[in-house]
Ligand binder design. Sequence first.
Ligand code: P6P
Length: 353
Amino acid sequence: MKTLIEFIHQKQCEIPYATGEFTQLINDLTIAAKIVNRELTKAGLTDILGESGESNVQGEVQKKLDVFADQHFIKALKNGGQCCAIVSEELDEPVIFDDEFSMKGKYVVAIDPLDGSSNIEVNVPVGSIFSVYQRISPVGTRATIEDLLQPGVEQHAAGYITYGSSTMLVYTTGKGVNGFTYDPSVGLFLLSHPDMKIPEYGAMYSINEANYIYFPEGVKKYINYCQEHDKSTNRPYSTRYIGSLVADFHRNMIRGGIYIYPGTEKNPDGKLRLLYECNPVGFIAEQAGGKATDGFKRILEIKPKSLHQRVPFFTGSVLMVDKAMEFMSLFLENSGRPKGIYCDYCRKPQEQQ
Ligand code: P6P
């Protein structure tokens, strides 16, 4: 079995910027992942469960493990010296290092340190998600907000760690997707899933149907399409929704399927964050032969306007995402907005908009 570092060194020639710094950065991320994994596996036994008493920028109550994971990813990236700035789901403001060592870092990182953490106390898989960009601002200076607001097409790497029945690192540097399973007995990530590809079709759709009445008409019609068992084609759809993006997406990576978190009447831009959820997962999806859109356009081409910007998210098997997009395009208002999505703004008479 090939270790992660052996794999990166072997691929070094294929990755133009895979200098030692890049290998170091990926290694820094895995150090934090190992520490988070250790705490997760004993979460039920130590006083690490429960709430930190704080809330994050999402307004979500932070679990103690959220804060723990955030602190360790930031510490690992700072100690490694390759990263000059971080945007994290857990922090309102970006971390922009101003020590000389860190300002020489070539990369900036967007992270969701512990996605799906509300599932921890019920022992459901959670994940960490990361997205890596080369900085735009000069090396040796303090990073700027422009370094962090780059579109997804500029990512140099993206990955997730899924803390499930086994802990896996899945990542891409734009040359395909590879999966590594963690062996705690030796403390190493070992290549277990080389050159991962999402099946172009699958039988699973993942969406929180409790929000059905608030979905755009196109999403409702797509769900109905999945549920209609057409005897001639015998479409064998099932629905699986874990409530943990990384776990739902990883299943779709292996078996095929679609994950949808659409805009709703209450939240027209949906729930998921562009920088540290949709861009990295979308990069992996595309590199594995899948697709990632907001229902209409490619996620990776969206120019971020703010660090914690939300976007509707449709990702997974290419033919399933295409079918869902077909329904989204069929049901549009004259304004071009998806039918069935309203917000206070667009409810106002036209002259006020
Ligand atoms: P809901 C977790 O909070 C998360 O960001 C994703 O991991 C997950 O797919 C989604 O939100 C669950 O959201 O509204 O269905 O509970």
